[in-house]
Design a binder for this molecule. Structure first.
Ligand code: HEM
Length: 517
């Protein structure tokens, strides 16, 4: 055999080895896929059957990963809302997707949303929330219904009407402080971050309770930024439904999140230590009070064991996160819309000036700001900052002509319900008059649910609306707002938990002169 023949034989055998290895890999993958599908159908046959009776993406295309992953290949930035919008374009509504081995059925109907959110067997959260457990563990948002009930009953009093009324002077003071900050703010500064800090500051001051001034401003700001940064990184995890936390925590993203979590814990532990020292000094104050702010309520439940301390950390982190991005992003959207629609801004300004003049804004005045509230509701309709909710079905749920089987997850797209022409004429038109008292009767139940509805709705709804109204009234008194955005259609949105635009918004605040111009 010549030199070239030997080389040919060597190359050919290497190629054959590589090819046979590849074929073995493909066969193993195919075999394990068949086994996986068989296992899925046997263990979950009613859900699998239901998914197959739906149009669109009913097949859990990739074994172990599902088909929600497909959105990664669309060239869109990976996030829940864009993925859903992509799925809707491809398959229409109601949409199906498999998040790992978990089947999700997405609906955009107000009637069905009411059934699901009020159903006693549908109060646990959908599998879609699973990754959030790394940060929020078994806090009120994620805890199973049995645990959640008692927790909700206990914590509810921190945000009841009486408590919110005691928050109003703080909201006013902080809104006035915001005026100075807006004057220093540059148009290129991130608006979401800016209003998130305002939201967090208000949440912090009202949840920590008395003697809050002992805590450093920088601690508070740091915590607000950490909540924000964590969410920006967290969104990337939604494409890893089947990778156990123990594995991804070792990835660069996992390490980053671990560090953020540790930093948050340090800030919070410092705050809580100071709070405990204060409470020990003034025990009679705590003993005499029936309604307590969040942190005192949490500490009153016991802080002696490491287990209890960790539980308080997760609960407080959840509340902080839930209160910050939602309120901050809503404020950013409201101001942008006011900047885009000067006539509406003028009408709102006139209402504020006629009710408030140049006085300190109190609870009574806030309740008279009817048009301002209508503007806020219309902004939340067009931009519901929590665009998606999910519930797990413990029992079969009758939804119109369909029975969603036990074991399925239902995703409610608030975003789609709020923009559904069946419920709203010209849904992409910014028209606050829809929410004026004389028109409220026309709103179909379940078609407006920015804070969700049913027993597991937002605990902070009253706090959020009061704070936002106070902030709008104070800011509009001092500034004329402008924005170059022309129509609502042009906004490209994304969401992890809370929604924002995929880019910087054009938003300017110009101080008003003495005569209001
Ligand atoms: C504009 C502002 C806000 C919006 C749009 C909003 C929206 C929502 C929605 C839609 C839910 C239901 C989530 C689900 O079912 O998975 C929720 C739950 C929750 N929100 Fe809010 N929220 C806002 C502000 C706040 C504030 C200021 C706080 C804190 C004081 C807060 C604390 C919570 C908590 C603790 C839950 C979980 C309640 C439970 O499971 O019992 N939220 N929020």
């Amino acid at each position: 055999m010549g030199k070239y023949d030997k080389r040919f034989v060597r190359h050919t055998s290497t190629i054959i080895m590589v090819l046979s290895f590849l074929i073995k890999c493909i066969l193993t993958l195919l075999f394990s896929s068949v086994l996986y599908y068989l296992w899925l159908i046997v263990t979950n046959y009613r859900v699998a059957w239901f998914s197959m009776s739906q149009k669109g993406l009913w097949l859990p295309l990739f074994p172990f990963v599902g088909n929600a992953y497909l959105a990664v290949f669309t060239g869109l930035r990976v996030n829940m809302l864009s993925s859903l919008l992509w799925g809707e374009r491809v398959a229409g509504m109601p949409l199906n997707f498999w998040y790992g081995k978990h089947y999700h059925y997405v609906i955009n109907s107000a009637e069905k949303a009411r059934i699901v959110l009020n159903h006693p067997k549908c109060q646990d959260k959908a599998a879609l929330y699973n990754n959030l457990r790394y940060i929020f563990k078994n806090s009120i948002l994620l805890s199973p219904e049995e645990q959640w009930k008692g927790r909700r009953r206990y914590l509810r009093s921190a945000y009841n009407t009486n408590m919110i009324n005691t928050f109003i002077p703080t909201f006013y003071q902080q809104s006035c402080a915001l005026i100075d900050l807006i004057k220093k703010k540059k148009p290129e500064d991130d608006h979401y971050k800016f209003f998130n800090t305002h939201a967090f500051m208000n949440f912090f001051l009202t949840s920590i309770g008395w003697l809050a001034e002992d805590v450093k401003d920088s601690d508070v700001k740091e915590f607000g930024h950490l909540v924000d940064k964590t969410q920006d990184e967290f969104v990337k995890l939604f494409v890893t439904p089947s990778i156990p936390i123990s594995i991804w925590i070792r990835s660069p993203l996992g390490t980053k999140l671990y560090i953020f979590r540790k930093q948050m814990m340090q800030v919070l532990n410092n705050i809580i230590k100071k709070k405990i020292a204060q409470m020990a000094k003034h025990s009679e104050y705590v003993a005499n009070t029936t309604e307590l702010p969040l942190v005192e309520l949490l500490l009153n439940d016991g802080y002696d064991s490491l287990e209890k301390q960790t539980e308080i950390f997760h609960e407080f982190t959840l509340f902080a996160a839930a209160a910050t991005d939602t309120t901050g992003h809503s404020l950013t959207f409201v101001f942008t819309l006011l900047g885009m629609f000067p006539d509406i801004q003028q009408k709102l300004y006139e209402e504020v000036m006629s009710v408030v003049e140049d006085k300190e804004i109190d609870n009574q005045m806030l309740s008279k700001l009817v048009y301002t509230e209508a503007v806020l509701n219309e902004a939340l309709r067009i931009f519901p900052v929590i665009p998606l909710l999910g519930r797990y079905c413990h029992k079969d749920i009758e939804l119109g002509d369909k029975t969603v089987p036990a074991g399925a997850n239902i995703v409610l797209s608030i975003f789609h319900i709020h923009r559904n022409p069946e419920y709203w004429d010209n849904p992409l038109e910014f028209d606050p008059s829809r929410f004026l008292p004389e028109n409220c009767g026309k709103i179909k139940p379940g078609s407006f649910l920015p804070f969700s509805i049913g027993p597991r709705n937002c605990i902070g709804q009253r706090m959020a609306t009061t704070l936002i109204k106070m902030t709008i009234a104070t800011v509009v008194r001092h500034f004329k707002i402008s924005s170059k955005h022309k129509s609502i259609k042009e906004f490209k949105l994304s969401s992890c938990i809370s929604m924002k635009t995929r880019y910087h918004l054009d938003l300017h605040f110009t101080p008003r002169s003495q005569n209001g111009h």
